[in-house]
Design a protein around this ligand. Structure first.
Ligand SMILES: *Cc1c(COP(=O)(O)O)cnc(C)c1O
Length: 353
């Protein structure tokens, strides 16, 4: 997009950080790590509460070889974005939702967690310390990655004696993949009832790499997992939620344990309801998805992305994508709110200052 002479977002944005943008080609940034200046670190012992964290230069951390995270996967991650508005101000999208989700995950994994205020405050401090890395208006966003882990040593199986909460940041591109081609995984499952599919534990992700690598080797972009109990219902992709559209009705599986309660998912359900769609959170059979008009995935990284095709038992179904899709409409509104192009009538955006 050529800068218009009247509106000069770069100039405005520059005035917000003294013109000190780093030497980055914003246009070519994808979703990969660009290390920034500072990270936030806060520690506490088991049985205590997190109290005081600090910003330190971004870099490697030291861990006991016997730490809970390295030995038993006692760890959680989060992901959220900060956006620069046209006037240079920086906004976060529903950060308290990430804080609440980390708190729920921490309870499940027997870890202390920062309070909602501590979490949001720490995210803001991390953004401000790395402000020059927040891309200019509409050139991308700053991805924040909070981690919570058992950092103390524990050889016998049990909760670690010490915990570390850490946040690092990376600018990421505003790339919009045209559509995803999913393949249904027939043998492996992502999560089962009573397990940890509903929390963002690090331990949920290495088990999907095998299916994901096989899918990519065959030219697919993502894997679609089915429910572990019957193999008849759709669960989600490896790191995003899924929606099925038929006529005026939009359906997505309920978050009763195996599905990660995505904040994008929740926001899209609200937006779609406001637009007059009939939105249902209920089990969605794979056969129903194969018969849908349209399908899309949601998540902080993918935002709202059309599914171009789903391949199940060798049969490929193609869906409507791009112009005039429900997905496109929802994408327009969600990103409009996030970038500050549309009024934030729901009170979702939190200013960093
Ligand atoms: C993070 C994640 C999502 C999306 O959650 P958002 O809050 O929308 O980013 C969906 N599924 C899985 C498995 C995830 O890890």
């Amino acid at each position: 997009m050529a800068p218009s002479p009247k509106s000069t977002p770069e100039a405005n944005a520059n005035s917000n950080n003294d013109g000190k943008y780093p030497d980055v080609n914003w246009e070519e940034m994808g979703f990969s790590l660009t290390p920034t200046d500072y990270m936030y670190v806060m520690k506490c012992s088991i049985g205590e509460k997190f109290s005081q964290g600090s910003l330190i230069p971004y870099g490697n951390i030291e861990l006991s070889p016997c730490s809970g995270i390295l030995n038993y996967g006692q760890g959680l991650f989060e992901g959220l974005k900060a956006y620069r508005k046209e006037d240079g101000r920086i906004l976060l999208f529903r950060p308290e939702q990430n804080a609440l989700r980390m708190k729920a995950g921490a309870e499940r994994l027997c870890m202390p967690s920062p309070s909602i205020e501590q979490f949001v405050g720490a995210v803001k401090q991390t953004v401000l310390a790395n402000e020059r890395w927040v891309p200019p208006f509409e050139k991308g966003s700053m991805y924040l990655r909070p981690l919570l882990m058992g950092s103390g040593p524990s050889l016998g199986l049990g909760p670690a004696p010490e915990y570390t909460f850490l946040i690092y940041a990376s600018p990421v591109g505003s790339y919009h993949k045209r559509s995803l081609n999913l393949v249904v995984e027939e043998k492996q499952h992502r999560a089962s009832s009573g397990g940890t599919g509903g929390i963002k534990t690090v331990a949920n992700y290495s088990p999907v790499l095998n299916a994901l690598s096989r899918a990519k080797a065959q030219g697919f972009s993502e894997v679609l997992f089915l429910d572990a109990a019957t193999g008849k219902y759709i669960d989600e992709a490896s790191a995003c939620n899924i929606f099925s559209v038929k006529g005026n009705s939009i359906s997505t599986p309920p978050t009763h344990g195996t599905i990660l309660p995505g904040i994008t998912r929740k926001s899209i359900i609200e937006i779609a309801g406001t637009l007059g769609y009939q939105v249902e959170e209920r089990p969605v059979a794979i056969d129903e998805l194969l018969d849908a008009d349209e399908a899309f995935c949601t998540g902080t990284a993918v935002v709202v992305t059309s599914i171009g095709s789903v391949t199940h038992q060798g049969r490929r179904i193609d869906y409507k994508t791009q112009a005039d899709t429900v997905c496109q409409k929802l994408h327009e509104i969600l990103t409009g709110i996030q970038m500050g192009r549309l009024a934030d009538t729901k009170g979702w955006m939190v200013e960093v200052n």
